[in-house]
Ligand binder design. Structure first.
Ligand code: GLP
Length: 241
């Protein structure tokens, strides 16, 4: 187990350092299987990768991209879907062909989600998982309580997640009440995990997740049990100001 925490000056430094980590994974395996979170935090990293790709410094076009989470009942063609955002902000700028996108099962039963988890494990698991952290300690949409054995499944969104998704939907009442998420168990099996957090509003939850007890009440705390985790924070996320 190896957990490294790096505190950087600001958001741009986190984005650049994060891009170095992803570039290292691509250099070692141009066909790596990557889970790329949506949310605001990793967008700078994705923009930096796109810049390097445009400059000919990086070829990410052989990656296989796996969806982390999705609002229930929202198809990939819906611009508010997380899959749509993944295509716009990660796949297209990096010239990754659409057929390299692996979507989560939709409107499935628990047997179908279990089959999905098995198919990922049989393919060799994820090479890299890029994560943000929700205000209540969720990773993906693994809302508390969720422990290290949580499988891929449909979940009810917590009031905190509905409130933080409201900005993408216009208002909280328009946010779907349910979502689908890759489970913590599948994420923890990844060869490498990269967690990004920036801003003083993440300070308390970052400290609970990284320094507190491993508990289902803070799903991100299970990262303390993963094989290899790189955490990149800006000063505000670490210090609170
Ligand atoms: C969202 C997503 C997560 C994301 C997190 C943090 O609800 N489900 O995958 O990492 O919240 O988002 P942000 O980076 O915008 O703070």
């Amino acid at each position: 187990m190896r957990l490294s925490i790096t505190i950087l000056k600001d958001y741009d430094s986190v984005s650049r350092e994060g891009a170095d980590v992803v570039a290292g994974v691509i250099a070692a395996n141009p066909a790596a299987r990557i889970v790329a979170a949506m949310g605001d935090t990793p967008q700078g990293l994705y923009g930096e990768l796109a810049r390097r790709s445009d400059a000919g410094e990086l070829d990410a076009s052989g990656l296989f991209v796996y969806q982390l989470d999705e609002y229930a009942g929202v198809g990939p063609e819906d611009p508010r879907s997380l899959a749509g955002w993944l295509v716009r902000s990660f796949m297209r700028p990096l010239r990754i062909p659409p057929e390299n996108l692996v979507l989560l099962p939709r409107d499935a039963d628990s047997a179908a989600y279990a089959t999905y988890d098995r198919s990922i494990a049989e393919a060799g698991g994820y090479d890299l998982v890029i994560l943000g952290i929700g205000p209540n300690g969720h990773i993906g949409f693994n809302e508390p309580p969720a422990d290290g054995s949580a499988p891929t499944r449909a979940v009810a969104l917590s009031p905190a997640s509905i409130a933080s998704s409201a900005r993408y939907w216009g208002s909280a009442d328009q946010v779907p009440r349910r979502a689908i998420t890759v489970g913590i168990a599948g994420l923890l099996k990844a060869r490498k995990m990269l967690l990004l957090a920036c801003g003083s509003h993440k300070n308390e939850i970052v400290r609970r997740a990284l320094l507190g007890p491993v508990t289902a009440e803070v799903p991100a705390s299970y990262l303390q049990e993963a094989d290899e985790v790189t955490v990149l924070l800006d000063r505000a996320a670490w210090n609170g100001s």
